[in-house]
Design a protein around this ligand. Structure first.
Ligand SMILES: *Cc1c(COP(=O)(O)O)cnc(C)c1O
Length: 430
């Protein structure tokens, strides 16, 4: 345990409250946090000895559960060799083996790998790839991205510019953000795809002279509102990208590694993007790491831009500890049977959430793969909802009007049922 002069839980929490930022939380009037002392399998242990069943997989990441022996071993083995070396001019087995694995499991044609240090950074890198590619192929005037409303791509400036313009952070930063082109959010039902596609095609045609690429979260928009849309829309995007020579970027940071039932959501449409971002579950929830994969054509195009190189290179690029645990995590995915786990969890979520549909204040419930969502007709009182779920022994972290879950793939049927009960409880009080 780390040494600190603060001894009691109350002291620690008081210091935290005074000095530590938490995500999207006020420093001057923060909402309460819980003090964690351990995590194992699907359970998070709190300082008072109580346990919470994790309904969040630590934000999509801990797909195999906490304290996994294989993931622990990968880290301790690697740290005994070396923890990190710079990636400029040096390389190592963990990065090479991870690149080989990612190239082999992602859609055919994504052959080049950039190892970034977080999801947001990987999106920045992807955006640079797009812009440098267009410069390299003689279209420097193409600088804007086409995206869809309701998206979330991370918190840094390039990322913010392609997040949903209403729910995102555009209004506050409008003076400094690049202005992108926003198409309507794709519909939930297939019957509405043709009308949406028509709008998407005409918007692309209208702006083609200034567009460099398209960026979307395929199949499931995560933090922008947990919206599920038909795979057919991805085929439309591929066609539009080809027609107007746009670089198609799929941000699979949330959807990647089995969460939707497909290893990658792109597979649902049989579409290969030109660039793909991966993160979150890449290391099974152990360390921050992301990857950007691109095709040979994108790599060749951007290499003809005036710099001749991709203009990015973080200090901790290709961190060997993160790469090693990512490899072990992918090995678990391969040797396990995530497809039947996700299918089983989906069945549990469908059955467990269906009764919520009739509760007052609930607008919609929906699922895709191992993701379950209850949408309210009002903004969630996060503290009340979190406390109500915790009383059921479940950890949930709602946002906006959504109470949702993406449980670890190792969750049992009983776990999934309990999570659904907790979502119901939270929805009623919130
Ligand atoms: C979480 C997320 C990001 C940002 O990743 P960070 O690691 O938090 O920077 C980007 N895109 C999508 C789709 C995400 O879900």
């Amino acid at each position: 345990m780390p040494h600190t002069s603060l001894h009691t839980a109350a002291d620690l929490l008081a210091y935290d409250r005074e000095h530590l930022w938490h995500p999207y939380t006020s420093m001057t009037d923060p909402t309460p946090v819980r003090l964690v002392t351990g995590a194992d399998g699907t359970r998070i242990t709190l300082d008072d000895g109580s346990e919470l069943l994790d309904g969040m997989s630590s934000w999509w990441a801990a797909i195999h559960g906490y304290n996994h022996p294989a993931l622990n071993a990968a880290l301790t083995d690697q740290v005994a060799d070396f923890a990190h070396v710079m990636f400029g001019g040096l390389t190592h087995r963990p990065a090479i083996a991870l690149a080989e694995k990612l190239v082999s499991i992602t859609p055919e044609g994504l052959d080049h790998v950039f190892l970034a240090d977080s999801g947001s950074v990987s999106v920045e890198v992807a955006l640079k790839m797009v812009l440098q590619h267009q410069r390299g192929v003689g279209r420097p005037e193409r600088t804007r991205m086409l995206t869809i409303r309701g998206g979330y791509h991370g918190d840094t400036f390039g990322c913010m510019s392609v997040c949903d313009p209403v729910g995102g952070m555009h209004s506050m930063f409008s003076q400094v953000l690049p202005t992108q082109v926003f198409a309507d959010r794709p519909p939930a039902g297939v019957e509405d795809v043709p009308a949406w596609a028509e709008g998407f095609r005409s918007l692309a045609a209208e702006h083609a002279h200034e567009l460099a690429g398209i960026i979307v979260e395929p199949l499931l928009q995560g933090a922008g509102g947990m919206h599920v849309y038909p795979a057919e829309c991805l085929r439309v995007m591929r066609e539009v990208a080809d027609e107007h020579e746009l670089v198609l970027v799929f941000d699979e940071i949330a959807t990647g590694f089995g969460r939707t039932g497909w290893l990658f959501a792109a597979e649902a449409a049989g579409v290969t993007p030109d660039v793909m971002c991966l993160g979150k579950a890449l290391t099974g929830g152990y360390l921050t790491l992301a990857a950007v994969l691109c095709t040979g054509a994108v790599a060749a195009g951007l290499s003809r831009s005036e710099s001749g190189v991709l203009m990015h290179g973080p200090t901790y690029m290709g961190n060997p500890l993160a790469c090693s645990v990512a490899l072990a995590n992918l090995r678990l995915l391969e040797t396990g049977d995530f497809r039947s786990d996700v299918e089983r969890i989906n069945a549990g979520l469908v059955a467990g959430l269906a009764p919520l549909r009739d509760l007052p204040g609930i607008l919609d419930v929906r699922t895709i793969g191992a993701v379950g969502v209850a949408q309210l007709d009002h903004p969630v009182d996060v503290v009340k909802a979190t406390d109500a779920a915790a009383e059921e022994g479940v950890w949930l972290r709602p946002f906006r009007d959504l109470i949702y879950t993406m449980p670890p793939y190792v969750s049992t049927d009983e776990d999934v049922a309990l999570i659904c009960t907790a979502i119901g409880r939270a929805a009623v009080v919130a």
